[in-house]
Write a protein that binds this ligand. Structure first.
Ligand SMILES: NC(=O)CCC(=O)C(=O)O
Length: 267
């Protein structure tokens, strides 16, 4: 059994320090329980929001200061953390050699960074292609010996990308997101369908609140490999927990062996 806690939060636009305080509070809440979570997941761009024009001032650099802080929290509390995603600047010098990515980091219980995933599909409706460089790699990693994968928000719309993560052996897919309310139905269905078609767990963390005209519904979600929704959050800020039984992955794959029956030679 594995306990997963999703930190569903509002994001203060362009204020990393404020957002960090918010996460500190939510982490305290997530950790004060009798049975600590095994894995904590945060939403997409949780420390800056989409203050894209100010990223050169407020984004992290090579993951910091966020990642050093998260490493400390992970190690002190012996928990795994998928640190949502953050805007991450890499490289030195002029703008031509500097790159900004929308990046998710995974940190294990020993405080080691075990994965860095740069969002592959940039979402034009939120101007991501103007400000971010695209990631070029599918990333999987292990937490407590469990193979996991990450897709950031819009990435969940690309079944062939998610299938690749499944084919690399992932048993849990983590989806940090800033998914607006007008497409709430897509968010729910895509998380469920990706779980069913890949027969793995999907854990999605969405933000709440407003940014300009955009409204975010929360509705963070945990879906099992049969497509059952184990957790569906409402629109509140808070910690939402689910306990998952990983043996479900094998059970469902035995019951309907899609990975044996698929025909990549035809399609
Ligand atoms: N931040 C995002 O990638 C948003 C994706 C989204 O809203 C969608 O409909 O896709």
């Amino acid at each position: 059994m594995l306990k997963i806690s999703v930190l569903q939060m509002d994001v203060v636009y362009g204020e990393p320090e404020e957002n960090r305080k918010k996460v500190e509070k939510l982490l305290k809440e997530a950790l004060k329980v009798k049975v600590k979570p095994d894995i904590i997941l945060l939403p997409e761009m949780w420390n800056t929001g989409y203050a894209l024009e100010r990223l050169s001032d407020i984004a992290d650099r090579e993951g910091n200061p966020t990642i050093d802080w998260m490493k400390k929290v992970a190690k002190e509390n012996r928990i795994n953390i998928i640190a949502g995603s953050i805007a991450d600047i890499r490289g030195e010098g002029s703008d031509e050699v500097k790159r900004v990515y929308n990046t998710a980091y995974a940190i294990n219980r020993s405080g080691e960074v075990v994965a860095r995933y740069d969002k592959v599909h940039r979402f034009r409706l939120m101007n991501e292609e103007k400000y971010f460089s695209p990631g070029e790699k599918v990333v999987t990693f292990e937490l407590d010996g469990i193979k996991c994968g990450i897709a950031i928000c819009y990435d969940i719309r690309f079944p062939e990308f998610i299938r690749k993560i499944a084919l690399l052996g992932a048993q849990i897919l983590f989806v940090p997101a800033q998914w607006p309310k007008p497409r709430e139905m897509h968010w729910r269905l895509l998380n469920i369908v990706r779980a069913i078609e890949n027969q793995f767990f999907v854990v999605g963390a969405n933000r709440v609140g407003r940014e300009g005209k955009a409204e975010f519904p929360g509705c963070s979600i945990v879906v099992d490999p049969w497509g059952e929704v184990l957790l569906e959050a409402d629109e509140r800020e808070g910690v939402f927990e689910a306990v998952i039984d990983l043996s479900a992955v094998e059970q469902v794959r035995k019951r309907i062996p899609i990975f044996e029956d698929r025909r990549p030679d035809v399609y």
